[in-house]
Design a protein. Sequence first.
Length: 139
Amino acid sequence: MFWFLLISLVVVVAAVTLAVMGSSDGPGRTAEGGLADAPPDLLDEPLPADRPVARADLDGLRLPVAARGYRMRQVDDVLDRLGAELAERDARIAELESALAGARATASGRTAVLGTPEPEPEPEAPQEPGADAEGEAGR
């Protein structure tokens, strides 16, 4: 009975080994029967360098995991980039808001000095060239 169980165990282990090693159509396998190359764990540039960061860039950002968490250098790089872009956008917003406030102050200053908004000038009626001379000669 012992020999029967031992031979059965060897046959089962061999069959499982051949099934795993022999199949090439499983996920993560190449046509040659080996395992596919794993994607690199280090990202060269997780955020686009040629344009500002968009919401979709942050949604798609996946930082690689190290043995004890995330790689601090990559996380620091991403946070530095986001901080710089947020500061740039905040400065641009402040600049535009101050320009808008100046334009509103200028517009309200005109109405305060004049009391009412300036009326649009009415177009003058065209006059005949000889009409002025005849009108003054007749007086």
